[in-house]
Design a protein around this ligand. Sequence first.
Ligand code: GDD
Ligand code: MG
Length: 340
Amino acid sequence: MQAVILVGGEGTRLRPLTSSEPKQMLPIMGIPMLEGVLRHLGLHGVDEAILSLGYLPDKFLEAYPTNECAGVRLRYAIEPEPLDTAGAIRFAAEELHVGETFVVVNGDVLTDLDLTSLLAFHRETGAEGTLALHPVDDPSRYGVVPTDERGRVKEFVEKPDRQHAPTNEINAGTYVLEPSVLDRIPLGEKVSIERVIFPQMVRDGVLYARCDESYWLDTGTPASFLQAHHDFLSGERVGKFAPGVLANGSFIHVKAVVAADARVSSSMIDAGVHLASGAVVTNSVIFPDVTIAGGVTVTNSIVGTGAILESGVQLESTCVIGFGEVIPAHSVLSDARVPS
Ligand code: GDD
Ligand code: MG
């Protein structure tokens, strides 16, 4: 089975980490987010994935020179300009010659959804498209999807005001689609599947959806990126990590160097990190090759690859430090993005 993986967004909410690296190539527990997505799809019978690329496409091509990842064959569709979600699917499907039922996923979503069972539901109803839904507390950041008792979608409302959300069941970013959906999307045009194509399919009565309680997280904000790590560190979720040791709620990569009196709690310390004497890292994610000097405290923050935190620096919630940035000694930063 083929899957189109949407990975062409600019990841603006995760800047500056996404200024030089696409969101889906950022590491989750030391492994590119995309690999976790592909492994999950592979478990449910996807053997070929087309990466729908636009933003920083070379980063993906360089990372997978054998065109294979987690046992899934990779192909690439590089948009000449961002075509938005539906435009991107049409463009990618055209390159792949999709002719059978296929899957689409938002590449920034981590989930343990039972895709096999969603496919069975799709076949049972005879739908043209079937969406996975997930219940959330605040649906206003998502596509909100009320359904009837048979699972037929009554309405698709992308990012409504919180007060106007008709349900708390939201579009979880996994779709099973028939090839006929492609004919609804004009080729080469910028079109949103959430704002244009799904509402049209609702009007035609051919869109179905099913809510699923399994693990689900959109990693698109600093808070949710930290949450993705926390869920692994706390043991709530299991998965594949980089080589290292998970103990007492923290993960230390085998290639990290941590001083005996540095304190790490509920944090991810990646390869090549140097943590000097007296440093304190709490609820944070430290990317590879970061140098953290003595007396530094890092709380609820994400520090990008190769950054240097000089002695006595304090980072408080929620700081995001870009790749290779140098934070001068004794700086105190709270809720900061560097560079802003
Ligand atoms: N190729 C390509 N081209 N990919 C794109 C483009 C584009 O122009 N625009 C966005 N993407 C990719 C992003 O990289 C991401 O993987 C996916 O499409 C969804 O875009 P986001 O920017 O992350 O959207 P969102 O999180 O605000 O909302 C979407 O996901 C929610 C669930 O996480 C919507 O689908 C919502 O309805 C949904 O609830
Ligand atoms: Mg998203």
